[in-house]
Ligand binder design. Sequence first.
Ligand code: ZN
Length: 694
Amino acid sequence: MSTPEQHANPLFAHGTPPRFEEVTPAHVHEAMPVLLKALQTDLEAFETSVEPTWDGIFERVRILMEPVEYAWKVTSHLMSVRNSDELRAAYEAFQPAIIEIYTSIGQSQPLYDALEAVAQGPDWEALGPVRQRLVQKELTNMRLSGLALQGEAKDRFNAIQKELADLSTQFSNAVLDSRKAYGLTLTDEADIAGFPHSLRAASAAAARAAGETDASAENGPWRITLTTPLAHPFLRHCRNGALREEVYRANATLASSGEYDNRARIDRILTLRKERAELLGFASHAETSLCTKMAEKVSAVESFMEEIRSATKPIAEKEHIELQEFARKASGDPGLDLNQWDVAFWSERMREQQYDLSEEELKPYHPFPKVLEGLFAMARRLFEIDVVAADGEVQVWHPDVRYFRIRNLEGETIASFYLDPYSRPENKRGGAWMNAMRGRQPGPNGETQHPIALLVCNQSPPTKDAPSLMTRREVVTLFHEFGHGLQHMLTTVDVPQAAGISNVEWDAVELPSQFMENWTLDKSTVEVFARHYETDEPMPDELFDRIIAAKNFRSASGMMRQIYLGHLDMALHHYYAPEANRDLANLKRQVIETSTVVAPLDEDRQECSFGHIFAGGYSAGYYSYKWAEVLSADAFSAFEEAGLDDEDAIAELGRRFRDTVLSQGGGRHPMDVFQDFRGRAPSPEALMRHHGLT
Ligand code: ZN
């Protein structure tokens, strides 16, 4: 057999740095059938001969999965960052087989039985806490896939799974189609008065996409659709209230009537999720969801939400009154009552007037090379690591992609990462993310292989005359993704299945990433990165102060929005019981009463486009956004308490953060890890204070 390096097809070369430059769609077509077939055979052999030991299960599965995982990771990564029609076709050709394999492992009866045998077996104690946790979590996940069910219950469970999968696809298609069906074409220059240039350009592009070949930012026509990049700025900037109302209503009633009506689907989804939970022995879908999360009980989530809601609501009410007064004054209409579709518009005017803070003013102080320097300096200061450029050591998928090594103080490389910073709309997916290219794991000769991360952002590219000048959001995003990367890369866990971000409870995953965001406003960090790209002058204090002041503009209102959605999600998935009068309409009414300051419109049907919980993975989990923010704010507040200018204290806390949150990964329960760092359970106090709500 040849060594992996000798393969002409880079997708066969697992265990080596991916040859991103060389991979073509033809490689996918060639490699995947071979790899999948081999895996299929291996898995069949595994199922007939599984040994109920740690190595017999976890190590064996990891090793036999590795070739397919490697090839598929490279392929899916290229799908996101160097897409083409040919690659998409190749990807789509094999994706169902990949999903099927993961599903079949998750539902393998011999695997489940072997895990049970390990859990009951004589060697249980000797496994140690990390492996025990993995066995238990795997058993829980498999029970949630119905593995412990027998006979009729199992058949019913499988039928429910299938129907739910179909419903979720139908749900998101209906949202998509309903969104696509809507468009508002503007031809009158007066209607776009006040549009910023980016919105003019984007709406003219939307008009061109809809067939208006001559549409231009200057002369129109301009088309507003219900996609976020158009609808949101439109509601903030359109001066014509009647047009805002039209777009707002269309958005609030998306997918709730006619051929795209999702209402019956929602009832069916809630009914089936409840039935499925009961088959598994839970009282509700919410209970099922929480049994794999950091939050342990519905009541824990509810009291957490109540705590932040009771502090937030009175302030949000005040914010609303202030906005109303501002709008009355600014419009010269003392009788003006704010409608839902006026809120974003007047908020934006108020923000402009109070803070006069524009991205254009900030960007020259955020040149990408400086921002990286500041980020890496901050990482050195806190975590005793050096980030060093290693461009050229490995193949990359685009010339703009950078490669870095992370070294400890002894100069040893402990991790490395790729960074793909710039937006490339022609073939790169939007958004930002961190993925693991390789975890910390034993290599073929027993040596420890260091983790490798893929960091991808979509910030403004450089121009002929200037480096990439970043918006504040882009800076925050880079710190955020780097935080995920640190948890992946600074892991010290020796069990690959629990190293880095693997096996971390879902509602705790955003702790390191959001924690890092805080440092974008830390004076010592800002001093390094916020420097004018032409003069190297530091950002003026006056400008920095305005950023701090603007940060909490109407933050209670923003917080209430998240609380409302989290509350609605939890209520629907815990209390839904139409036979007892707890149908969607009734539950929603109660949630509105408790968790909103201004009730939605009567015809509001936002749940019909709430894809997070009806077509995504967030059902009975939307609260996680705030939950993780509590953890990250509370972790940062340890540094604030110690004094952000006390270098010794910062260094000590930084090490502790590294040695707990960043290094222990999924090896321990996140509550234990957090308590080890903070010395106590998490408190929402810091979150509220950071948002100016105390
Ligand atoms: Zn994140």
